[in-house]
Design a protein around this ligand. Sequence first.
Ligand SMILES: Cc1cc2nc3c(=O)[nH]c(=O)nc-3n(C[C@H](O)[C@H](O)[C@H](O)COP(=O)(O)O)c2cc1C
Length: 248
Amino acid sequence: MNSTLTTLMAHRSIRQFTNQLLTATEVDTLVTAAQHAATSTFSQQYSIISVTDPTKLAILADITGHQWLVQAGHYFVMVADQYRNQQLTPVTATTTANLHSLDKLLAGIFDATIATEAIVTAGESMGLGSTIMGSILNGAQRVIDLLGLPPLTFPVLGLAIGHPAEQPEQKPRLPQALMHFNNGYQRLTNNDPSLVAYDHLISDYYHARNSHQRDETFTHHIISEMSRDPQQRAAILTALQHQGFLVD
Ligand SMILES: Cc1cc2nc3c(=O)[nH]c(=O)nc-3n(C[C@H](O)[C@H](O)[C@H](O)COP(=O)(O)O)c2cc1C
């Protein structure tokens, strides 16, 4: 073990924070750590927006349903960004078609996502805790309007980060036999004993943890995730197209 592995393997999402704001130096350090993450084709096709305005934070709390985000020491919105590179590029049919493509959308999402995890881990190494928020996509167009995002940008993830006021139990992950395969995909078999064991482990975890105890296995959790109304986030495609992605 080393300190990097210890930090990575001690991860848990933090949803309660002290009221201590991050310092400008801490924010700068986190953004610098993000900037050093790998970036697809060295295009640096993402931007980071720090949201400090209480009115905007309240709107993000409403969109995500996470009222507690306003208590975090800092809030980032991670944005896939082909706009900046478009501004650098002479407009031709090829460049225009390319920047609007699924490939470039994915590259922006990869960059923004990898940068997000770099901030999470950097923060944890500094004694901070955080929660990534895909739930900003409950209102993608509202986030776009709120932050004045130009064409060819898209909000990918929110990130609430700050000084932890809780130390939740770690959520046990899948047995590696179910997610790490050699030389090809290993399909799940019916009643796989390692999945049955994992369901018990997760059930025990939910019963024993300090808050939001419930009766749930991993299988139940996935079934309930599957039963979410797909219409809830159907507006994502419309918002993407509104931003100029996937238009043809
Ligand atoms: C892409 C992504 C989106 C997420 N969105 C949310 C979210 O909107 N709200 C939330 O409370 N947690 C969110 N999470 C955190 C997950 O719920 C959390 O990582 C997972 O339950 C495992 O728990 P742990 O991080 O404590 O190990 C998100 C995580 C990822 C990677």
